[in-house]
Write a protein that binds this ligand. Structure first.
Ligand code: URP
Ligand code: ZN
Ligand code: ZN
Length: 468
């Protein structure tokens, strides 16, 4: 099967040009001007942008948090991803049972994803306490057998790690050539503040951000950067950076040329602000950690993306729970914000939000959009150039965007299992016209054409952070 995408405005992370892409047997076989091939199907992309499929390296499909389970499984969640132009995800695993082997969740996640996902997928491993020599010995084994080259640690939640454990993990990861991704928040401070608010009867959603102020993030970012340096510049990737204070810690590290540091922000921290928590009921929709911040934080994050060299990727932390339907898990926080499961949807919205609010509004260029949404996530997590590029010989994962149409975010737009979007009511400039996964058209003008289980598991190579 051959396809030519003709006359599009093709964008990579380094250039934008008018041209064609020839796809053969699921791969890009040529890219340039005036490509012809007798037996190829022609897709006319005149007036449209043609880019690598987007790659979301921070999702939580089917996440089990004990008292609730994220409602997008690997099928629903990846249908939402596909419809939003994302052709690859790298999913963060839930914690396993206490004392379990690191293999436990790897096996569990294959059970959840294999045969269900409709886009290609990989996993980040997860490390929980206690951190023992046996567990750390499994890092190299899992890298070798599964191609899992990144593991996550949390500085908070019930299975969060202490400094000695974080240090040991970082040293072992450096030795194994693995990147450690980290959720940075100071557990002691946020736990104390949460306790005090509830004791004082301050139970509404608006106390969620107040219990996790920006410095809770900034202190933890700073600590992790130093721990990584103490561990011999162990490869470190900070997930979901949300605040200007956190960003200032990153700026200091960049100014010192600290090596092996990757930084991610998420789309919600670029688009939304903490006024979402003002309404005690609606505010539950946006309970996530770290919380939404002020407009000043948003502006500094956009500025950092525009300047370059500070933040590497924009992901989503996609982790939806129902607000009204089914068990309406978000309502667990109705009388006590600390009982609300953390997380919100975003995997479908991310690319078009970046396109409309980032590129079309002049905050980032088209190559920067491709870089933050596709290519750099792949470099960070050992998927480049197979994913995130348009180089001949690589997977033909391609998204076509029509800038002349509007994406209206309402309930009908939502393709995952979620019963809400934090972006409901927004009209975005541009619309996803077509999405190709390994050469197969899986989305056409909002219609999902793919099949359950078509997504392939991705064994990943080393992160660029582990090679430096
Ligand atoms: O609130 C969030 N972010 N939930 C998902 C788990 C995490 O912290 O990444
Ligand atoms: Zn997190
Ligand atoms: Zn997360």
């Amino acid at each position: 099967m051959k396809t030519i995408i003709k006359n599009g405005t093709i964008a990579t992370d380094s250039e934008v040009f008018r041209g064609d892409i020839l796809i053969e047997d699921g791969k890009i076989s040529a890219i340039g001007e005036d490509i012809s091939c007798d037996d190829a199907k022609i897709v006319d992309a005149s007036g449209m942008y043609v880019m690598p499929g987007a790659v979301d390296v921070h999702t939580h499909m089917d996440l089990d948090v004990g008292f609730a389970r994220a409602i997008d499984d690997f099928y629903d969640g990846t249908v939402a991803a596909a419809c939003g132009g994302t052709t690859t995800i790298v999913d963060h695993m839930a914690f396993g049972p206490k004392d379990c082997s690191l293999w436990h969740q790897v096996n569990e996640y294959h059970r959840l994803a294999d045969g269900n996902a409709v886009v290609d997928y990989g996993f980040h491993g997860v490390i929980q306490h206690p951190v023992t020599a046996d567990r750390l010995g499994e890092l190299a084994e899992i890298k070798e057998k599964e191609g899992i080259t990144s593991f996550k640690v949390y500085m908070t939640y019930d299975f969060g790690l202490q400094d000695d454990e974080l240090f040991n993990v970082l040293r072992a990861a450096k030795e194994a050539g693995i990147v450690i991704t980290v959720h940075c928040e100071n557990h002691g401070v946020l736990t104390q503040l949460r306790k005090e608010f509830i004791e004082q009867g301050h139970t509404e959603a608006k106390y969620h951000p107040l219990s996790r102020p920006p410095r809770v993030e900034a202190e933890a970012v700073n600590r992790m950067i130093h721990l990584s340096a103490l561990a011999g510049d162990a490869p470190l990737y900070i997930v979901h950076l949300s605040s200007a204070e956190g960003l200032h810690e990153v700026m200091k590290a960049r100014a010192e040329n600290r090596p092996n540091l990757g930084v991610e922000t998420c789309i919600q921290y670029l688009i939304l602000n903490d006024s979402m928590y003002d309404d005690p009921s609606e505010g539950l929709k946006a309970i996530m950690s770290p919380p939404l911040r002020k407009d000043q934080d948003r502006e500094e994050l956009w500025q950092a993306l525009s300047e370059g060299g500070l933040i590497d990727t924009v992901a989503t932390d996609h982790c939806p729970f129902h607000f009204r339907a089914g068990k309406a898990e978000k309502q667990y926080g109705k009388d006590d914000f600390t009982k609300c499961p953390n997380g919100a949807p975003g995997v479908q919205e991310r690319l078009m939000l970046m396109f409309s609010e980032g590129f079309m509004k002049g905050r980032i260029s088209l190559p920067q959009l491709v870089k933050y949404a596709s290519s750099e996530p792949c470099r960070m997590f050992g998927l480049y150039p197979q994913k995130g590029s348009l180089e001949p010989g690589t997977d033909a994962d391609i998204v076509i965007i029509d800038p002349g149409k509007v994406t209206h975010i309402d309930r009908d737009y939502i393709r995952g299992a979620s019963d809400y979007s934090c972006y409901e009511g927004m009209d975005l400039e541009g619309s996803i016209e077509k999405v190709f996964l390994r050469g197969k058209e899986i989305v056409d003008n909002g219609k999902f054409l793919g099949e359950k289980g078509e997504g392939k598991y991705l064994r990943r190579g080393p992160s660029v952070l582990a090679k430096r």
